[in-house]
Ligand binder design. Structure first.
Ligand code: SF4
Length: 316
């Protein structure tokens, strides 16, 4: 399958019948593994400062299902959430992966879920305790980021700091791109839609780096605003606005951040493609944005009245 066809399939899959994408992706992965000598995508997944929402959302993946991702798509070398190893055994997996990658034997994709605290010498997020002291999230990302083939920032905390970096940001948290001098693929969202993450992994495995927007997000999922495809757009165009939650009209008046938010939620939907915030009668809060959440608050104030400032490290 050509790369353009794969990207079209990812974009259009919510409109297809049944599990068309799963049916297409898994055979593609298998033929990739068999035909070109490629294996599964080696992944190191570390969790830093976040709420764990992204790995929970990932478990909702339906195209492919989560067991198919683990058994057929990725080789999960390390994940403090999903692996069985603990303590020194878990740390040894990281060290071994790094050595092998440094020798050019097997490069991995580093997935970082959560922001990186810089305050307190990084000790607000400790990945592991080693004989030489704590391994902070900052140290781990800098250490593992050097030899990774790709780096994926999973969720808005990892991509841009997100809620972990919201004002007053006492941990001085920042996004992964702020501590690595290399391209970081920002798969933002609070949480991330599982299609955005699994689709990005599939693209890396089959075709390499996807096209990214100016914020480092894969264009095939973040290429247009929520507002552009919203089912209530005709109300907005006619300037007919909701007065209270539950009204059927456009919720710009109730703080909807859809006009400035890039994501395909209106047609991809969530929870196995069932619903999304506006369909559930609540405004989009702009969770994929670089200035989320400070730029989205107060959540129910119209866009021009929101704070519109970022809570990055060092800002009041
Ligand atoms: S509800 Fe939000 S996304 Fe939908 S049309 Fe209104 S402002 Fe745009």
């Amino acid at each position: 399958m050509r790369r353009e066809d794969f990207e079209r399939l990812c974009r259009n899959w919510p409109f297809g019948r049944g599990h068309a994408l799963a049916g297409a992706v898994l055979p593609l992965v298998r033929s990739h593994q068999a035909g070109r000598g490629g294996g599964k995508l080696p992944v190191i997944w570390i969790e830093t400062c976040d709420s764990g929402d992204n790995n929970i959302s990932f478990l909702n993946t339906a195209a492919p299902y989560v067991d198919q991702v683990f058994s057929g798509m990725i080789d999960l070398i390390y994940s403090n959430t999903f692996m069985a190893a603990q303590g020194a055994d878990a740390l040894a997996l990281l060290q071994d992966a790094l050595v092998r990658a440094g020798q050019g034997r097997r490069r991995y994709t580093l997935v970082v879920e959560g922001a990186i605290p810089l305050g307190g010498r990084g000790r607000y997020a400790v990945i592991a305790w080693t004989p030489s002291g704590p391994l902070t999230a900052y140290d781990a990302v800098r250490w593992l980021g050097k030899e990774a083939e790709y780096v994926v920032a999973l969720g808005t905390c990892a991509a841009f700091g997100g809620p972990s970096a919201a004002r007053p940001n006492p941990t001085e948290s920042v996004g992964v791109g702020d501590v690595l001098d290399r391209t970081v693929i920002n798969v933002s969202g609070c949480p991330v839609n599982p299609d955005w993450f699994v689709g990005t992994l599939a693209h890396l495995l089959l075709y390499g780096m996807p096209e990214l927007d100016e914020r480092g997000r894969p264009v095939l999922f973040y290429g247009s605003t929520v507002h552009r495809h919203c089912q209530r757009r005709s109300y907005f165009d006619q300037k007919v606005f909701a007065k209270r939650l539950g009204d059927r009209e456009c919720m710009f008046s109730l703080g909807c951040a859809g006009p400035k938010t890039y994501a395909d939620c209106p047609y991809r939907l969530w929870v196995d493609h069932v619903s999304w915030p506006v369909k559930a009668n609540t405004p989009c809060i702009g969770c994929t944005n670089p200035d989320f959440p400070d730029g989205s608050t107060p959540f129910f104030a119209p866009l021009p009245e929101k704070a519109g400032q970022q809570g990055k490290a060092g800002q009041p």
